[in-house]
Design a protein around this ligand. Structure first.
Ligand code: ZN
Length: 413
């Protein structure tokens, strides 16, 4: 045997050994997987259904059994957190009575609202079973009918009245649908933390110039892409939408009004959360006064069908639809539920008309003033039944960014 042959041979046997080791590892892993699968199948049977052999197998693999049981209870807990729960009528009534009394005694009330207050206006919520984020996280794209046809709900109108009656001092909303503004709630009493789909701004102007429109300005915008395609009539700078997407940081003074929200939270002795999973809101520490001892924090009342991460800190959790709870609340407070009146919608006086050259700069339906609605009454009845549209405020770009991220973390995914 030549020297070179011997070397090749020893290389060859080293490689064979390595291969053998790898093969054993794979076999071992496969065996383990098989055991886990078998055990999990056995665990699905009731004790009576298990054979003696199966029970012995469980005895021999206590660690695996424990781990599988832990995983199962984690899964159950996660599932129960997503379930929508409804309080029985009687319990709902008595809870609302408690809430009414608390509101009457409170000095300074802040309301945090989420997508759950707009579902009655055909706007999907975010984290409900068919919510926008739920869909995006499953990799599905989301579109909806034209939201400019949505109108303030009973809950929006009640909050407007409660503010007028000085029973609610500030409203902090995660919704971009602009419905609080359209209910008549004054700007100074409102923080739209994630923007307003009817507002575009020029941040080249100082201070930033705001233009309110009667149409959804986000048709061309997306995550990290906020230009609306129009120009500032004053300085010619690019106009952008005000939407704050998941993972973005909102810096605009208005309509986000963070300072108003933070000040309100500081002064609040009661916080009422309506229709929000609070999964995003909980991260904004300034809204919760968590730096104070528990007994010095504002009392927390939560109205939501699903579990929220603040439930265990709440004085009262009400499982009911926002509109149902609010109409009971108005009854308790002896207030009449106000009805939205399009002719009083502030958007018409706030909105800036497009210039002659800008008329074709968007394709979205405009919110029609009352006179036009009468002529167009068949259309108005079809509220929420229009063609499917995708708005930039609707998380566009989010699923793509998420896919990219996933790939960089886990190349196997
Ligand atoms: Zn400008």
């Amino acid at each position: 045997m030549s020297n070179m042959d011997a070397q090749t041979n020893s290389f060859g046997s080293a490689r064979a050994e390595r291969k053998e080791r790898e093969k054993q590892k794979i076999i071992q892993r496969e065996k383990q997987r098989h055991t886990v699968k078998t055990i999990s199948q056995i665990l699905q049977k009731s004790a009576g259904e298990q054979t003696q052999e199966e029970r012995r197998l469980l005895q021999d693999h206590q660690d695996t059994v424990q781990e599988l049981k832990r995983r199962q209870s984690r899964r159950r807990l996660l599932q129960s957190k997503l379930e929508e729960v409804f309080d029985e009528a009687e319990s709902l009534q008595s809870k609302v009575k408690q809430l009414a009394e608390a509101l009457q005694q409170a000095q300074y009330v802040v309301v945090y609202t989420g997508a759950g207050i707009s579902t009655a206006a055909s706007i999907p919520d975010y984290r409900g079973p068919n919510g926008v984020w739920t869909q995006l996280q499953r990799g599905r794209s989301v579109s909806t009918s034209d939201l400019s046809r949505a109108e303030p709900t009973l809950t929006h109108m009640c909050l407007w009245l409660l503010h007028k009656e000085k029973m609610v001092q500030h409203v902090v909303s995660q919704n971009c649908d602009g419905l609080h503004l359209r209910s008549g709630l004054p700007r100074h009493a409102l923080s739209e933390l994630h923007g307003n789909m009817f507002i575009e701004v020029c941040s080249s102007c100082r201070p930033a110039r705001e233009l309110i429109r009667v149409f959804d300005v986000t048709e061309r915008t997306a995550l990290h892409r906020h230009g609306t395609g129009r120009r500032c009539p004053h300085c010619g700078g690019e106009l952008r939408d005000t939407i704050v997407h998941f993972g973005e940081r909102g810096t605009l003074e208005q309509p986000l009004n963070w300072s108003g929200a933070a000040q309100a939270a500081q002064r609040a002795d009661l916080i009422l959360c309506l229709g929000s999973s609070l999964k995003v809101l909980k991260k904004y520490s300034c809204l919760w006064c968590m730096n104070r001892p528990a007994n010095k924090r504002p009392k927390l009342y939560i109205v939501n069908l699903q579990w929220t991460p603040k439930d265990n800190l709440a004085t009262l959790k009400i499982h009911g639809k926002c509109d149902a709870v609010m109409s009971l609340l108005m009854e308790e407070l002896g207030l009449e539920v106000p009805v939205y009146d399009r002719s009083q919608d502030p958007i018409f006086s706030l909105a800036k008309a497009l210039g002659p050259q800008e008329q074709d700069s968007h394709t979205r339906e405009e919110i029609a003033p009352p006179a036009a609605v009468e002529e167009d009454s068949c259309d108005a009845q079809a509220q929420g039944q229009g063609p499917a549209l995708q708005g930039g405020w609707f998380g566009r770009g989010y699923s793509k960014a998420r896919r990219k991220k996933k790939i960089s973390i886990d190349p196997k995914a």
